[in-house]
Design a protein around this ligand. Structure first.
Ligand SMILES: CC(C)(COP(=O)(O)OP(=O)(O)OC[C@H]1O[C@@H](n2cnc3c(N)ncnc32)[C@H](O)[C@@H]1OP(=O)(O)O)[C@@H](O)C(=O)NCCC(=O)NCCS
Length: 146
C-alpha cells in the first residue's frame, strides 16, 4: 500500500476525515503537535484524494498507534486493514518489540480490525475517554507483539 508522509499542508483534509468518523475527534493542534514531535504520520491517497491516515508514536521499543482513520465513504473495503498492516511493517522495520493502542469498548469496528491483525487485550484504563453528557468511557489497551 503506497503511503506518504503527512505534512502540515494536509491538515485540512486530515481534519475533514477525522471529524467525519470520530465522535470526539483530534484537533488541528493534536495533529500539528504529532508532526512537530516527529511521530510517524502517513496518509493514503488515490488520484490525489486522501482516503485515510495513521499516527504512530515511537517510545523506545514500543510503537503506540494513536490514530487510524479511513474516510467514512471508503470504509469496509479493506483499507483499514491495509493501513494497519503498513503501520505494523514500519514498526517492525524500526525494530520495535510491540505495538500498543487504546480503543473505546464501544468501537466494535476497530476492535474487530485490531483482533484480526493480531492484537489482544492486555488491560483497561478506567474513564480514559470523554463520552456523551460529561460521562467517561474506559479504554481497552491492546497489544500486538512484533
Ligand atoms: C476502524 C476503521 C479504521 C476500519 O477501517 P475499514 O477500512 O473500514 O476496515 P476494513 O475494511 O479494512 O475492515 C477490516 C476488518 O475490520 C472489521 N470491521 C471494519 N469495520 C467494521 C464494522 N463497521 N463493523 C464490524 N467490523 C468491522 C471487520 O472484521 C473487517 O473485516 P471484513 O471486512 O473482512 O469483515 C474505520 O472504521 C474507521 O476509520 N473508524 C473511525 C475511526 C476509528 O475509530 N479509528 C480507530 C480508533 S483511532
Amino acid at each position: 500500500m503506497p503511503l506518504r508522509d503527512m505534512t502540515a499542508g494536509d491538515l485540512d483534509e486530515v481534519l475533514r476525515i477525522e471529524q467525519g468518523v470520530h465522535a470526539h475527534p483530534w484537533t488541528r493542534g493534536n495533529f500539528s503537535d504529532a508532526l512537530e514531535s516527529g511521530y510517524v504520520c502517513r496518509v493514503y491517497e488515490v488520484a490525489g484524494a486522501m482516503l485515510g491516515f495513521f499516527v504512530l508514536m515511537p517510545a523506545v521499543d514500543e510503537m503506540h498507534l494513536l490514530d487510524i482513520s479511513i474516510a467514512a465513504t471508503h470504509q469496509r473495503r479493506g483499507l483499514g486493514r491495509g493501513l494497519l498492516e503498513a503501520a505494523l511493517q514500519i514498526a517492525r522495520g524500526m525494530n520495535m518489540q510491540r505495538m500498543l493502542l487504546e480503543v473505546r469498548p464501544s468501537n466494535t469496528a476497530a476492535i474487530a480490525l485490531y483482533s484480526k491483525a493480531g492484537f489482544a487485550e492486555i488491560g483497561r484504563r478506567r474513564g480514559y475517554y470523554p463520552a456523551e453528557n460529561n460521562a467517561r468511557e474506559d479504554a481497552i489497551v491492546m497489544e500486538c507483539k512484533l
